[in-house]
Design a protein around this ligand. Structure first.
Ligand code: SAH
Length: 213
C-alpha cells in the first residue's frame, strides 16, 4: 500500500480541520500530518481515512476519530524521551502518534487478533514502540512503572487504581470515564496521594473490557 501525493494533500486538509476545532500543539499536528492513517484501516474505508471520523477496524473495535487522538495527545504534554503507557493499542494509530512525539511507548491490547496484526504492522511502517503487550490494561504495567503519562483509548466505567498508582509525580493520566458517553478526564499526580482532576468534555469510545480475549 502506498502513501501518495493525494493522501498527503488530504492529510494537510485534516490538519487544518483539527486546527479549526481547537488543536494547537504543533508537534501533535505535525505527527498527524505525517502518519499515513489510511494504512491503518481496512481497504473498504480507505476513501474515508482523512475525514475527521472514527472507523471500524478488526474485532469490532474502532480507530479513534483524529480529533480525539489529537485532543488526548495534546493533554498528555509529551516530551521527547517520556515513558508513556497506552491502554488499547487497536490499530496502532495512536501508538504511532506517540512514537512521532518522541515517546518511549508501552501499549497494551486485550484482543489477540488486533495485538498480532498491529505487532506486525507498526514495524513495517517504521514505528518501533518499546513494547506491545497482550494483556489487560486495567492492571497497567507494574514492571515498567512509573510512567510520565498514561493514555486510555477505550471508555472506562471507572478509573482503575493501578493506573493512578503507576504515574510519576507530575505525571498525567488521560482517560475517558463513563458508560455510554464518557467524560474526558485528566489526572495530574501532585504527590504520593494527591491528584488534580480536570474534566474536559464528552466523547464516545468502545468500552474498556476486563481481562483478555
Ligand atoms: N488507540 C486505538 C483505539 C482502538 S479502540 C486506535 O487508534 O486504533 C480501543 C481498543 O482498546 C480496542 O482495540 C480494544 O480491544 C482495546 N481494549 C479494550 N479493553 C481493553 C483492556 N482492558 N486492556 C487493553 N486493551 C483494551
Amino acid at each position: 500500500m502506498k502513501d501518495t501525493f493525494k493522501h498527503k494533500g488530504l492529510r494537510q486538509k485534516l490538519v487544518s480541520t483539527l486546527v479549526s476545532k481547537g488543536i494547537v500543539n504543533k508537534n501533535v499536528l505535525a505527527a498527524i500530518g505525517k502518519i499515513p492513517r489510511h494504512l491503518f484501516m481496512d481497504s473498504s474505508f480507505l476513501d474515508h481515512a482523512y475525514q475527521d471520523k472514527p472507523f471500524p477496524i478488526a474485532a469490532d473495535q474502532t480507530i479513534s476519530q483524529p480529533f480525539t487522538v489529537a485532543f488526548q495527545s495534546e493533554l498528555l504534554e509529551v516530551k521527547k524521551g517520556d515513558k508513556v503507557l497506552e491502554i488499547g493499542t487497536g490499530s496502532g494509530y495512536q501508538t504511532a502518534v506517540l512514537c512521532e512525539l518522541g515517546a518511549k511507548v508501552y501499549s497494551i491490547e486485550r484482543q489477540q487478533e488486533l495485538f498480532k496484526k498491529t505487532s506486525k504492522f507498526l514495524p513495517k511502517l517504521g514505528y518501533g514502540p518499546k513494547k506491545l503487550i497482550f494483556g489487560d490494561g486495567y492492571k497497567g504495567l507494574e514492571e515498567e512503572a512509573p510512567f510520565d503519562s498514561i493514555i486510555v483509548t477505550a471508555g472506562a466505567p471507572f478509573v482503575p487504581k493501578p493506573l493512578l498508582a503507576q504515574l510519576k509525580i507530575n505525571g498525567r493520566l488521560v482517560i475517558p470515564v463513563g458508560d455510554n458517553v464518557q467524560t474526558m478526564t485528566l489526572y495530574i499526580r501532585k504527590g504520593p496521594k494527591e491528584f488534580e482532576k480536570h474534566e474536559l468534555g464528552s466523547f464516545r469510545f468502545v468500552p474498556l473490557l476486563e481481562d483478555k480475549n
